[in-house]
Design a protein. Structure first.
Ligand code: COA
Length: 190
């Protein structure tokens, strides 16, 4: 492995970063606020203007143990690349009875395009479909957000439809694509 990394680094290609996930905690609020202000993060999605205090309160109220007991609505993780906080994933559970949830994600500009979110989301799917009662995980992305679309496709999400004029982005209504992944399909992949 060390040889491969040395070869890649000497040949000018960057080795794939090590990706890990951890639950977000209150002290991540500053980072979340900074990332949410970056232009590339906002390019394809309308993000609410939230203060650091609001973000801190939001994260502080999450109890990750609830997720594994079939309770709670919103959960956030920090995605790290080579040990450095790189972005976040949010999970919103809309209905525990039917196991319905939606996922959203973003990376700081400097960490985009390195394969980080493909692997970060993959790790989350593994956890959710093996250790929680979530049966159907949805994700949406703006029609022209090709990177996000690929992240979903590479993780086995299936395209389910076009959501016309789904949200307003800088004054223009934007079509979205709806993707979903089912626990039964995930487990069948082996
Ligand atoms: C969308 C986002 C999460 C993707 O994560 P990422 O780690 O950068 O994506 P990856 O590096 O794993 O790339 C995934 C795929 O998209 C492709 N891709 C990356 N940027 C692209 C671009 N600008 N146009 C087209 N394809 C692109 C990659 O080539 C890769 O596909 P491949 O493996 O077939 O070559 C990240 O770019 C991001 O945070 N963007 C800003 C916030 C955002 O849009 N969040 C999603 C809202 S729905």
């Amino acid at each position: 492995m060390a040889f491969v990394e040395k070869f890649l680094s000497e040949s000018g290609a960057n080795p794939a970063p090590r990706v890990s996930l951890r639950p977000a905690v209150a002290r991540d609020a500053d980072l979340l606020w900074r990332w949410r202000g970056e232009w590339t993060v906002r390019r394809h999605q309308p993000l609410h203007e939230l203060s650091v205090a609001q973000l801190r309160a939001d994260v502080a109220s999450q109890r990750m143990s609830d997720l594994y007991r079939g309770r709670g609505e919103k959960f956030q993780w920090i995605v790290s690349a080579d040990g450095e906080a790189a972005g976040w994933i949010t999970l919103v559970v809309s209905n525990w009875e039917h196991g319905l949830a939606e996922v959203g994600y973003a990376l700081a500009t400097e960490h985009q395009g390195c394969g980080v979110m493909t692997r970060g989301l993959g790790q989350l799917l593994e956890d959710l479909f093996h250790h929680t009662e979530i049966e159907r995980l949805e994700a949406r992305c703006a029609l022209d957000n090709l990177a996000s679309r690929r992240v979903l496709e590479k993780n086995g999400f299936r395209y389910e439809g076009l959501l016309r004029g789904y949200f307003k982005l800088r004054g223009t209504r934007v079509d979205n694509l709806l993707f979903a992944h089912l626990r039964r399909d995930y487990l069948a992949r082996g």
